[in-house]
Design a protein around this ligand. Structure first.
Ligand code: COA
Length: 181
């Protein structure tokens, strides 16, 4: 594994293939044995470079982690999709290439997304993880997330339980409103 200079920046069109590669590796690593195999491969096939190019063109918020000029992780975020929860923002996906996990990069990407969300006025946010993805649940717990909701994700023929981890605004004023911002 090579390291070197480490940086986090907005994704550019030329990053599409590299993001797709991180996505593929991380999904196989995280979801093999959790998702039905054929469904996992179908989902990976749908998320090729062309899918990521379109996402970047549509200005989806994507930050990439660069380690020595190579993209080794990414995070996507924006408005919360669960309107029933009192959180304005959402981290949709955060993935680190498996051989680069456990080195603090996930936390760095998460913090960068948190700052970007706050700059958009979304100081509280939610992240969903499949309950069976123990690594992700431990990670979001460790980062201070609180389990605030459960739901089911239907993937192909499988109904999989998932958990929402809520992250409150960092500098909430004492005695202020309880509503999330
Ligand atoms: C889960 C994932 C994002 C974590 O990123 P990472 O770079 O490995 O995590 P970090 O090294 O930044 O760890 C941050 C903290 O979480 C903890 N943590 C990370 N993975 C953990 C695990 N599997 N079990 C327990 N704690 C874990 C670390 O101990 C660390 O705590 P500390 O800083 O207080 O010591 C990454 O491993 C990954 O992409 N995995 C595969 C795909 C996936 O499951 N993504 C999430 C989908 S919602």
């Amino acid at each position: 594994m090579k390291t070197g200079s480490i940086g986090i920046r907005r994704a550019r069109l030329v990053d599409a293939a590299a993001i797709a590669e991180v996505h593929d590796d991380a999904w196989r690593y995280a979801y093999r044995g959790v998702l039905p195999g054929a469904e996992l491969e179908r989902m990976i096939a749908r998320r090729g470079p062309a899918w990521w190019e379109r996402a970047i063109q549509r200005r989806v918020s994507i930050l990439v982690l660069e380690v020595g000029d190579e993209v080794r992780g990414y995070v996507t975020f924006g408005a919360s999709r669960a309107r029933s929860l009192p959180y304005k923002g959402e981290v949709y996906e955060l993935y680190i290439q498996p051989e680069y996990s456990g080195l603090g990069f996930g936390r760095r990407l998460f913090d960068a997304a948190r700052t970007a969300l706050a700059n958009e006025g979304r100081r509280s946010f939610v992240v969903w993880a499949l309950s069976d993805n123990e690594a992700a649940c431990n990670f979001y717990n460790r980062l201070g997330g609180r389990a605030v909701a459960t739901a089911e994700e239907t993937i192909g023929t499988a109904n999989l339980p998932k958990i929402a981890f809520g992250f409150a605004a960092r500098h909430a004023r004492q005695g202020g409103s309880r509503s999330a911002s």
